[in-house]
Ligand binder design. Structure first.
Ligand code: DND
Ligand code: ATP
Ligand code: MG
Length: 273
């Protein structure tokens, strides 16, 4: 195995094979333990219709259901966070029907995002790019989730996992801004395996991953933007051999995005040297 590959696998905590039932128990147990240890009242998470939030949302609901049965008051607030009308709203509704959250809220991020966009144009004298606006959407979603968390003493769930973390494929302080990461240590195909084990319908666990952040290209696939397939990223994280070009692209992304996986750099740091 490549030397850097071994180091990355250790950092991402991905194992070559998993037992889906055991993963469900470990991760639900982790969520329950953390709520109890912190004295918080449960969780909040944006539900997009994509497989990561469907899985993390289901694990959160299972955790609060068990806590309630055991006599601890807890709830899971699922938040729909569309920008205007989401093109695949039907998948988001299917995800909510599967999760059966304690509560669900719809919070359209369009007024906030468009407000930023308009003010940016008059302040900076240039139009915000569609790419930059996509990151504003991701950060608006983070603000909405923290507003719900702050009001009800909840924790914000993040959906970061090995295959997104290694490539830095998230918005810094956007979807990267969260309190607990129940999917960390899994890669994409393992997320799919666990979601299938939980009894989700096929359209949910086989949903093609998209960040869905662009006005001009809604539903652009992650794989298209990354120039890598999840098969390649997952194989790499399981310690398998992948084409040299793919391994190099993953390692380049990993190195370029290290700043996203640390707290802000100060004068006392030197990890980037
Ligand atoms: N070396 C460095 N040290 C410290 N900070 C550094 C830095 N380089 C950039 N930065 C800072 O980081 C910023 C760039 O990072 P960021 O704002 O995240 O922006 P960036 O990484 O350019 O874009 C986010 C990427 O994540 C993807 N994404 C976002 C959200 C969800 C999903 C999904 O999978 O669903 C994917 C999105 O499609 C896009 O490709 C810079 O503007 C700068 O402020
Ligand atoms: N339209 C949306 N409504 C609600 N939450 C959203 C929306 N878009 C993104 N999010 C939140 O941001 C997170 C990051 O998006 P990301 O696309 O990585 O995950 P996903 O959509 O759940 O799964 P996938 O990566 O397979 O598309 C989501 O898990 C979700 O919590
Ligand atoms: Mg998505």
């Amino acid at each position: 195995m490549r030397e850097l590959q071994a180091k990355i696998i250790e950092e991402m905590g991905v194992r070559p094979t998993i037992d889906p039932q055991e993963e469900i128990r470990r991760r639900v147990g982790f969520l329950k333990d953390y709520v109890q240890a912190t004295g918080t009242k449960g969780f909040v998470l944006g539900i997009s219709g994509g497989l990561d939030s469907t899985l993390a949302g289901k694990l959160a609901q299972l955790a609060v259901d068990e806590l309630k049965e055991e006599g601890t008051d807890a709830r899971f607030v699922a938040v729909r966070l569309p920008y205007k009308v989401q093109h695949d709203e039907d998948d988001a509704q299917a995800a909510l029907a599967f999760i059966q959250p304690s509560e669900s809220v719809v919070y359209n991020v369009a007024p906030a995002v468009d407000g930023f966009e308009n003010e940016f144009a008059s302040a900076a004298g240039v139009e915000m790019s569609d790419f930059n606006k996509g990151n504003v959407k991701a950060r608006a979603r983070m603000i909405a989730q923290y507003a719900v968390a702050g009001e009800h003493n909840l924790l914000v769930i993040g959906t970061d996992h090995g295959a997104e973390s290694v490539t830095g494929f998230f918005t810094k302080y956007g979807d990267g801004g969260a309190d607990v990461l129940p999917l960390f240590g899994l890669n994409k195909r393992q997320n799919r395996q666990v979601l299938k084990e939980l009894g989700a319908e096929e359209r949910l666990y086989n949903k093609i991953p998209t960040a869905d952040l662009l006005d001009e290209n809604p539903g652009q696939t992650d794989e298209h933007e990354l120039g890598l397939t999840y098969e390649q990223i997952d194989d790499y994280l399981e310690g398998r051999e992948v084409p040299e070009e793919a391994a190099h692209a993953i390692e380049r992304r990993y190195t370029m995005t290290r700043h996203k996986r640390t707290v802000p750099v100060s004068i006392l740091d030197n990890w980037w040297r």
